[in-house]
Design a protein around this ligand. Sequence first.
Ligand code: ATP
Ligand code: MG
Length: 442
Amino acid sequence: MALDERGKTREQLALEITTMQQRIDDLELKHIVRNGTERDFKNVERDLRERVKELNCLLSISKLREKPDMSIGETLQGIVDLIPGAWQYPAVTCARVVLTNLERKTANFRETQWKLTRSIVVQGEPVGHLEVCYLSRKPARDIGPFLNEEMSLLEAIAERIEKVFEQDRAEQKAREQQQQMVQLDKMVALGTLVSGVAHEINNPNNFVMLNTPVLREAYTSVVPIIEEYYADNGDFLMGGLPYSDLREKIFSLFDGILEGSRRINSIVRGLKGFARVDPAGYREAVDLNSVVESALVLVRNQITLSTSHFSLELAATLPPVKGNSQRLEQVIMNLVQNACEALPNRRQAVMVRTSSEGDYVVVQVQDEGCGIPADQLPRVMDPFYTSKRSTGGTGLGLSVSVGIVKDHGGTLSLASGIGEGTTATLRLPVLALAEDASEAAS
Ligand SMILES: Nc1ncnc2c1ncn2[C@@H]1O[C@H](COP(=O)(O)OP(=O)(O)OP(=O)(O)O)[C@@H](O)[C@H]1O
Ligand SMILES: [Mg+2]
């Protein structure tokens, strides 16, 4: 009586149960009117009763799976609770399902020597097992105290659990994709907002940046006159403050305004980079060694201040990549700046290396700095993520860099650990490969 109704629908199972029930009733009737073959009847009747129990169990599992809003844990609990009723001795039967990070069992579960087990395999990968135990010794049948039909039933139930697991995985994946879509939408909206804001800030800030030196110059030119007046007439108020105090500070006030304005300018540049929507402008053949060298000129000051162990290893020759050298310079600068900012003192080293690996040109920026905690590593490339808020970090350096690298068909990855330092690896396809890819895309 092998159970090969695994593919049957609920309706088919229900119909079969009703037919079985009728046959049992018939047998009981015949048993009463006939005599002589009592044992045969009893055996057939018992087998049929077992079969009804099994079919009922499968039917109930199907019903369970149709219930909306049940978590995988609830479904599995429902399934294991249905198992004892389908075995020969429900009162001493217990069951358990164990999946990668989930376990559900009947309240009376105890592992014993009278056990049937079936592994749960999803897409060729074992993810757990299902087991049924008797809590006390029972007469020997086909497999220990169990019937062959019970093993088949266990298999049928395990197959249903595999489907539940697979379905749950698919739903989880769909949910994740949905979340990524929402995140992407938000990013696009944020990009539009940011580019608008950046533009609005840039204009007034240009006035500040251009006019402050003019004012400083103007003030410098009248200082001798003011000083003469001060020498002749003593102290006086300037903008509500005594000139004797202000004369010391006034130039640092000008410098402060200018410094602040430069900072606004660099933030706005970062924001524009983040909101950049024009990946099509990359056409030139770029030598990454030159890109690295010119990026280092721009951050030389910061390197000198941060470390006395800076090293640069440039590959003797590098195949060109296809791209925009200024944008790539920006990426290298961001990486080197991060490396410098991570150093606790000047004794720790920063190393920059270029090399070619097959069809890719690789730039590595390695530091012996503080490292990134493992739980933060997946977040550091998110726009506006920064651990340097208090010292003026905007959290745009890496996210802008990733955007640029992606536009170049490359990848940027970080390997890091607390106290181990960080290695940023930039990988860009060589020119020929990039052209093949764009031809294939067009
Ligand atoms: N080499 C590194 N060592 C340690 N932490 C790093 C390193 N590079 C990046 N990080 C971490 O990643 C975060 C995000 O870096 P990102 O360059 O995007 O922004 P930021 O440096 O904080 O600000 P800015 O916009 O000025 O670059 C940093 O705040 C830091 O916590
Ligand atoms: Mg940075």
